[in-house]
Structure formats: structure tokens, C-alpha cells
Design a binder for this molecule. Sequence first.
Ligand SMILES: [Zn+2]
Length: 175
Amino acid sequence: MISFGAAAPTAAAGGRSTSSAASPVTDRASTAVAAARADWSWPTAGRRHIVDAFDAPEHRFGAGHRGIDIAAAVGETITASANGTVIFSGPVAGRSVITVDHGGGLVSSYDPIVPNVRSGAPVSAGHVLGTLGPGHAMHCRSGCVHLGVRFEGAYVDPAPFFRPPRRSVLLPLDG
Ligand SMILES: [Zn+2]
């Protein structure tokens, strides 16, 4: 266990900024990602494959992909990526979404999920949020969970939060 206490940005303590300026948020987001990534885990147990990457919209309401799509089968268990509190569990524009507040300005959302948790429930990393529901066909035909991450309200690329699947490399001992 490595402590990241000294590096934790504690962004919330500094007061919430409602400014829409992009770059300071991006800088602080990078710091938050660096601090948080050690504690984040993939929401899927099996395949850890990003089928569709984050594509930041140029404008707040512009086109883009506000998250990543991780390969998953309908019915597959989807888990919380980090400790936090469920702040929303319900339909958004016809999709069943679960949103988790991780503190420090970080919020993650998962859809489409058939929920196992209710709003207000505390969760830890790996806690079952529910199962992958149908309805993301417009995103990826083979099935996926859409994961969005916001830092202080702005969407950031979730990919850096997740370490790539660990590959066991077996080195010859006779080297
Ligand atoms: Zn998506």
C-alpha cells in the first residue's frame, strides 16, 4: 500500500470554482488523475479493453465522446472504479445511469446499468453497482459500458485512471 496523502490535491478544500476556463481545470485534473489512479480499478472483471476512446467536445454542447467505452457483455457485473458515494441512479435520456462521487472534485458515471445500488449508498472500489443493461448499441455493437469521468464538472479522459492490464512477462532464468 502506497500512501498518496501528500500528493492528494484536495481540490474541494480550495473552494469550488464555477469558472468555465478550461486550462486551469485541465492542469488540476492532471494532478487529480495522477493522485487518484493508484486507487482506481476497472469496472469490468474480465476483458479490459477500451473499444471507444474519449473525444473531448470542442464546446460544452458540442459533439464528442464524453467518456470511454469498455468492452462488456449485457448482464456482466459492473463495479465501482473507486471509493465514493452513489449520488444518482436512474434514467438519463433513456439510459440507466449510475453516478458516483469520489470526492476531490471527481465524479464517475456508468451506463447503461441495471442498478444494484441506490442513490446515497457508499461504495468502495470493486463494489457491484449492477449489471450491464442493453441499450448502448448506438455506441458499440459488441457490448460495452460507457464510463464518464468529470473533474469539477468538466469531462476528462477516464483512460489515464486505469492502469493497463498487467501482463505477466516470464523472463528466462538462464539469461
Ligand atoms: Zn460511450
